[in-house]
Design a protein around this ligand. Structure first.
Ligand code: G16
Length: 562
């Protein structure tokens, strides 16, 4: 590192002292904490993003968001050149950097890292970092801190994209690295045109009863509602009413609204109620990377029927499987279909047991990873088509480059020899799905459009979709503890190996309940231990979750349940 670079880093970092007595770690989705202590962390992640850009000679993304967390929190995460999450082998460096005590130590750590990774800092070509934020009030000043970090690396340039959904930023990083144009309009154009393509391919066209068929979307008082308003002006054949769009200062981000609230509490979000009985409703989270659907079943209760990420996954899997099966019939016709697509499903321990049983009954290969899209995404990328979803509504469908190339060639051949055939249409549908669904990360807006297109294709109501299988009753709780890192898990988070004895105690509770299943894990986005329980009745699931939450409190908490 040359002297100019060193003194630039020393002078800028002295303006961003780290918070005292706080240890930060790059968790499930980057750094998250109360926004008031994040200036220094965000500045330092700006440096990291610039180094990553120099190292990869690609465009990198920085998103300022705390997604589903409360409005006073904020956070930052890095999008890699592929548009996916930061390569996991850089996470330890992110931790070290965020926790460096003073400018001298910080510069020393950077110099050491640059040398180890052989990052050609001196004389580096100009590199670009795309920066965006969600609608949190703290976002603007944190973007400034990120820009200061970025410009502390010579040759690195920040490009501020303003307010975006998290998936838009990831999409734009991916697109920029493919040499494509990136703006709100480019993103909306791709989504709306691929949606139109899927709708045009519906057998027999759109059913007349669909014309009045309305979808009501809860925007979590965040960025998603606002963007959906823009997107829907470019869509035909879809009636969307947006509520909780956060405009005009009405409603607080994620408070009594949004996908996390709806999925965990299983009650109607604010602004929804008796008027929505039987209607198709959906909820986005604060930065629109999660999507769940729900039905308000009765006027007399605030309970909902949740159609969660597992059901979205199942709907996508059925549709993809159907297209693959139509396409494979070509083998019989031409004898020259030379490729069998490997379709894989990825879930986490939170997946409802009934969903996994259902997917396996469909003959699909299902694998499990720890929580966090970074893990699911990596696994799904091993397949030709990998579908991953967390029950909380975070997920997408990945198409391998190899398979897409095969599909494009096949579509061209079919268009010459069998234009308009079922096989040709199935190939076109798969290509349209690959354009519609965000290949970088789970995306609630593209997810809504794909769900809507598939329901129209199937001619299904939300009730019909919800009946694919019946969820096992479940309950999720969170427990405040002194140190959540005391819980270490293995086997895709189904077994807690520390603290000693806690897994045995959990097992002893679980066996008391028919179809009981329970696990604990430290959250990577909030300062809590999460408890998930499933059983044959709701009372049993509640009771199992409560007794294990008490155990967690006894082992690690403040003793309130002793
Ligand atoms: C983030 C991650 C998700 C994860 C969720 C909860 O979501 O992207 O993969 O499921 O946090 O994580 P944890 O249980 O570790 O707190 P989001 O929507 O908040 O970015």
């Amino acid at each position: 590192m040359n002297e100019e670079q060193r003194s630039l880093l020393l002078s800028s970092s002295s303006r961003f002292p780290p918070p005292q007595g706080v240890k930060l770690s790059y968790g499930t989705a980057g750094f998250r904490a109360d926004a008031s202590i994040l200036q220094s962390t965000v500045y330092r992640v700006g440096i990291l993003a610039a180094l990553r850009a120099v190292n990869t000679q690609s465009v990198i993304g920085l998103m300022i968001t705390a997604s589903h967390n409360k409005v006073s929190d904020n956070g930052i995460k890095v999008a890699d050149p592929s548009g996916g999450m930061l390569s996991q082998d850089w996470e330890p460096f992110a931790d070290t950097l965020a926790n460096a005590r003073d400018p001298e130590q910080l510069v020393h750590l950077i110099a050491e890292f640059v040398e180890n990774k052989k990052i050609a800092l001196d004389g580096a070509k100009s590199v670009e970092i795309l920066v965006a934020r969600d609608t949190r009030p703290s976002g603007e000043s944190l973007v400034e801190a990120a820009k200061q970090g970025i410009s502390s690396i010579l040759g690195a340039v920040a490009h501020d994209l303003g307010i975006l959904t998290t998936p838009q930023l990831h999409w734009m990083v991916r697109a920029r690295n493919k040499g494509l144009k990136v703006s709100d309009i480019d993103y909306f154009k791709q989504l709306s045109s691929s949606f139109r393509c899927l709708v045009d391919l519906i057998p027999g066209g759109i059913h007349p009863s669909d014309v009045d068929d309305k979808l009501v979307v809860d925007g979590a008082n965040g960025v998603g509602g606002e963007k959906l308003e823009l997107l829907k002006t470019m869509l035909n054949g879809l009636v969307i009413e947006t509520r909780n769009s956060g405009k005009g200062g009405g409603g607080v981000l994620n408070e009594g609204v949004g996908a996390d609230y709806v999925q965990k509490e299983k009650v109607v979000p604010c602004s929804f109620g008796p008027q929505d009985v039987g209607i198709r409703c959906a909820s986005l989270d604060g930065d629109a990377d999660r999507l769940v659907y729900f039905i308000v079943p009765s006027r007399s209760s605030n309970k909902i029927e949740l159609v969660d990420g597992d059901k979205i996954l199942s709907l996508f899997a059925i549709f993809i499987k159907e297209q693959l099966s139509i396409l494979s019939k070509e083998i019989d016709v031409n004898g020259n279909n030379d490729y069998q697509c490997r379709l894989g499903i990825v879930q986490t321990a939170y997946a409802n047991g009934a969903s996994t049983d259902y997917l396996k009954q469909l003959g699909l290969e299902v694998t499990f990873t720890p929580t966090g899209v970074k893990h699911l995404h990596e696994k799904a990328a091993e397949y030709d088509i990998g579908i991953y979803f967390e029950a909380n509504g975070h997920g997408t469908i990945l198409f391998s480059e190899h398979y897409l190339r095969w599909l494009e060639t096949r579509t061209t051949v079919l268009s010459d020899v069998a234009k308009g055939s079922e096989q040709h249409k199935a190939a076109l549908r798969l290509l349209a799905v690959s354009e519609l669904i965000n290949q970088a990360v789970g995306d609630a807006l593209s997810g809504v459009l794909l769900v809507e297109a598939i329901l129209k294709h199937m001619g299904w109501s939300i009730q019909r979709w919800n009946e694919l299988y019946q969820d096992l009753p479940s309950r999720q709780l969170k427990v405040k503890v002194m140190d959540r890192t005391a819980v270490v898990t293995e086997n895709a988070e189904t077994v807690a190996v520390t603290p000693p004895g806690i897994q045995e105690a959990t097992n002893a509770e679980t066996v008391k309940y028919p179809r009981g299943r329970c696990f604990i894990r430290p959250s990577g986005t909030e300062d809590v231990i999460r408890v998930y329980a499933e059983a044959s009745t709701q009372n049993a699931a509640d009771s199992l979750a409560n007794s294990v939450a008490k155990l967690v409190d006894q082992f690690l908490g403040f003793g309130s349940s002793k």
